[in-house]
Design a protein around this ligand. Sequence first.
Ligand SMILES: [Zn+2]
Length: 459
Amino acid sequence: MADRQCLLLQADYKAALSEKRQLMQEFGAHEMVSQFDALLGRLQKSSPEGEDISISYLNGVADELKAAMADLGVSAERLNSFRVVTTLREAVSAQMTPFDDGSGLVIVDDGVFAVCSAYSYYATLRTTRWASLQNLRESRKSGMYGNAGVLANALRYVTTHQRLLGIVTQLDVRLGPRGVLTAGWLTHCAHRFIIAHEVAHHVLGHSSAVNSFIPGEHVPPCSDSEQQERDADRLAFQATRRASAMGSGRLPARMYEDMNEMGAMIAILALYLAEQAFFVRRGCTHPPASTRAAWLLDELKGGKRRAMQTMLRIPIEATETAAEISEGAHPFSWEALRSTPVRSHMPQSHLEAISWLDALQCWSEPEHVDMLVHPNRDSARWLGEGALLAVERNAAGALRRWGVSEIDIDRLCDPRRALTFFKLKEDLARSFTRQGIGDDLVLPYSVAAAMLAAPRLRV
Ligand SMILES: [Zn+2]
């Protein structure tokens, strides 16, 4: 069954890619569309004939993990019954879905992978800062290595795009050729750890309840069981360490080992941030990042543990800052990145739009209400009436007043279903467009309405 579901999701991924392109176009991000097209062109060229590059990449990671886990004594039967797939629109961060026939499917959100990459580039910049005099000068000027704000901004850029626009993207970091290679390996280690944790649930036979929505499928096993989560993390760590040792031919073994440990930490922080920023309701959650990081630190020896604790100080602080989306948060600021080696190919207007959108979602609740109660057109009184219903904790009533269909309201309000912020915002935007709200106002109004509804839809 995992095979069949995997094929369905792969097809869905291709459809979602063209949907993303459409979204970028609608947002007027033409540079992003050309970059996206160029990237797709390059990927198609570099992949083996007939196979999508993301599929070959995931299959490669799965093969590494299978070899490493087999080496650790895991049965071939368990190792041959899982598949891995990425998604752009399922409401998951990373999960293993088990099926009745004993097979399992690991699904990872593309946005989570992008967050891993943002951490990895920053970590590489930090460790290779001596490599370029210009980088060093810029980094001294901005004080970026003692300053969690730089990483927090780079992370907010990724999460704001995904949460409000449904677009997976990130900022560039100026690195030399060696730096790019290092960042690539580190990103790979982080991705591999995320997949390994889910595969570990499968091979450890962690059971789960039957899924009431899809017969034959079970609810993902990432759960409240702290022991199961810890066991999955431990096996994932052992397996990725073994995979690094087996595949370290091109890099000094010690370096690969360090990268593996850092990659695992990045994976934990990235999942935590994505689960905080992307979701209104999370179906399958991982334990808090601090708990999981402490488990992994326990696996390291004294000196290494202390070094890792020091390395993690800024990423942990930046993660907390980036995860905060409320009044008093620090929204994305391109200005704050000006004198750093962080770059963007996007025009100034796009960067300003992202700053503004992030600031908008961090407005106070009365400010969101005010925006909808006093819309630019008198005939849109229903916007303000919906806002007041939301504040009165009547989420379904608010959605109805805002014109969302009954079927969509049921889905948005069902506490058993995971819900992303983007899905909520999109349903509202579609309804606002249908009711004649002008193109330039649909986005801010739907963000404000979604911010009001989200806390009432949480369980
Ligand atoms: Zn888990």
